[in-house]
Ligand binder design. Structure first.
Ligand SMILES: [Zn+2]
Length: 338
């Protein structure tokens, strides 16, 4: 039986939590003798319409630190939920879920792709609106990175498990926000919102803008660059584009905002250039103190998102006039006033 410390930690935590959280095995990811479960752990309200906040990690196996940050956030939330009356009250109204290891075989084998050579973040049935370079997803060979999977094939087990689990959590929710944690791009921690498939603005642009405003006002010294993913690069097959487009948005009754945290791993390499020669080097903080610092670095972001989801009136305006103003300001900020 193969051993993955992150899975062991999740299973220990599930045991420890007992009835105070809900857990589920979404699927098993397998390759030869390797077989690992994909766990989901949920806290809080069972009301299907309750606001939802989800944290996801380990979609790209090589970006192991994403799974570890997700797990660290889950552990802190579990501890707080045991004693913090404020959070206990909040959890009566909202639901928080964690899927820390979407691609456990990839984590074990230190590969970006899943056991079948597929890049899960290129695997959804979504076509970019312009031709893409290799990095944007291709169908040439599973031996090359950024492979999307065969044309017309079902989504991979891991992608499918993630999509189904998120849809189940958010399908009737009034407000849902997810944070998928990655590393490997840029010198700065970035928060990306849709789309990945196009440089055109997505329908909820005004909400993304007002969330950014709230973050800037509440934590003016925060270190995140908050912008559309497509400002950095576009891709085919993005799972969050797919989930976003699949979510019903009838008369704006339901709001879903998928965010990706792209941790600026080039900084870790800059500070420790020799780590570039290790497979995991470009994507993970390998030195002890830097690793610990990364694990605690996003606690404030989690707290902020919990508060934003439980107090939506603080940033989601029902006024169509205010929404139009936000949309205009967002277009000026991110799209050159288009
Ligand atoms: Zn990634």
């Amino acid at each position: 039986m193969s051993f993955l410390p992150e899975i062991q930690q999740i299973e220990n935590k599930i045991q420890e939590l007992g009835a105070s959280a809900r857990s589920e095995i979404l699927a098993y990811s397998e390759l030869g003798n390797l077989k690992f479960p994909i766990h989901k752990v949920s806290f809080g309200s069972l009301d299907p319409q309750a606001p939802v906040l989800g944290f996801v990690g380990g979609v790209h196996g090589l970006e192991r630190i994403g799974a570890q940050v997700c797990l660290a956030l889950m552990n802190s939330l579990a501890e707080l939920a045991a004693w913090d009356k404020g959070l206990q009250r909040t959890l009566q109204d909202i639901r928080i879920f964690f899927i820390p290891t979407v691609n456990p075989v990839g984590i074990y084998r230190k590969t970006r792709c899943n056991p079948h050579g597929v890049d899960l973040m290129r695997n959804a049935p979504v076509e970019a609106d312009a031709p893409q370079p290799w990095i944007g997803g291709h169908r040439f060979s599973r031996k090359l990175p950024w492979y999307r999977g065969e044309l017309g094939a079902d989504m991979e087990i891991e992608s499918h498990a993630l999509v189904q689990a998120v849809q189940k959590e958010i399908s009737q929710s009034r407000l849902a926000l997810t944070l998928d944690i990655h590393s490997g791009f840029g010198l700065q921690d970035q928060l990306w919102f849709p789309y990945a498939k196009t440089v055109q603005p997505f329908p909820d642009l005004h909400h993304a803008f007002s969330l950014k405003q709230l973050l800037d006002r509440t934590y003016p010294y925060h270190f995140y660059r908050f912008e559309p993913q497509a400002k950095n690069y576009t891709t085919h097959g993005d799972l969050w584009d797919y989930l976003y487009d699949q979510t019903p948005r009838s008369q704006s009754e339901q709001i879903y905002l998928p965010l990706c945290l792209e941790m600026g791993s080039w900084l870790w390499v800059k500070k420790n250039p020799l780590q570039i020669f290790k497979a995991e080097g470009p994507f993970n903080p390998l030195i002890g103190h830097r690793h610990k610092r990364t694990l605690r670095r996003h606690n404030t972001l989690m707290e902020f998102l919990i508060r934003a989801v439980s107090s939506p009136e603080s940033w989601i305006s029902a006024s169509s006039e205010v929404q139009a103003q936000h949309r205009l300001a967002a277009q000026e900020l991110w799209y050159g006033g288009v």
